[in-house]
Ligand binder design. Sequence first.
Ligand SMILES: NC(=O)c1ccc[n+]([C@@H]2O[C@H](COP(=O)([O-])OP(=O)(O)OC[C@H]3O[C@@H](n4cnc5c(N)ncnc54)[C@H](OP(=O)(O)O)[C@@H]3O)[C@@H](O)[C@H]2O)c1
Length: 219
Amino acid sequence: MDIGVLGTGTVGRALAGKLAATGAQVVIGTRDPAVLPGREDFADWRATSPAVEVGTFAEAAAAAEIAFNATPGHVSLEVLRMAGADNLEGKILVDVSNPLDFSTGMPPSLFVSNTDSLGERIQAQLPGTRVVKSLNTVNASVMVDPRQLADGDHHVFVSGNDQEAKQVVSDLLRDRFGWRNVIDLGDISTARGAEMLMPMWLRLMGSLGTAMFSWRIVT
Ligand SMILES: NC(=O)c1ccc[n+]([C@@H]2O[C@H](COP(=O)([O-])OP(=O)(O)OC[C@H]3O[C@@H](n4cnc5c(N)ncnc54)[C@H](OP(=O)(O)O)[C@@H]3O)[C@@H](O)[C@H]2O)c1
């Protein structure tokens, strides 16, 4: 499976590293590949995942069967423009971003909510791409290794307009990351709910004193 991960931060590295470790061909995308390998923190991570290739956002998108958006919400639409709509046409884009606004300090607020979401804005910008919102409700470590908490007996969500794309993503979450429980929330407008968990997630992190927690849904 060919994967393009757009974003070289904590989340991009966690996704790229785990996907490469499970046998995927991974290109991680950045603004300037000539600069990035020289950054010490990136070079240290790269030594742990030498199979991951580094390219521009456009090269990562072009190489992908499935792409991930792992960039800060306020730049995601711009990064996806750099990646190129043509390079993402017909493909699945897993959007793990959150629309966080840090402009008034901590905790951040959401710059889109209630009647719209970043997932929907990304889908509107890329009408030929099958956007699936997922994984934004847990931290990067839990995303790719959910079984480190409660033996994986907790939940992650998928939102998107394309049923087959959501099935492909759900299979990837189970087979490569180890998620046991994936809830299909519905179409891409249901990303509003997943993104609006962020204010609660941030308060829980403050209360619990850790980012290592997840959501378990009981009926
Ligand atoms: N951190 C978590 O545990 C976590 C959990 C759930 C969801 N999320 C969400 O996942 C996303 C990624 O999180 P992260 O912590 O990995 O983010 P991050 O470290 O801030 O993201 C870094 C990436 O964003 C790119 N970038 C930054 N500013 C840019 C700009 N002005 N123009 C173009 N590209 C720019 C960087 O490009 P270069 O490579 O060129 O430097 C890099 O690839 C966010 O939306 C976050 O809310 C995070």
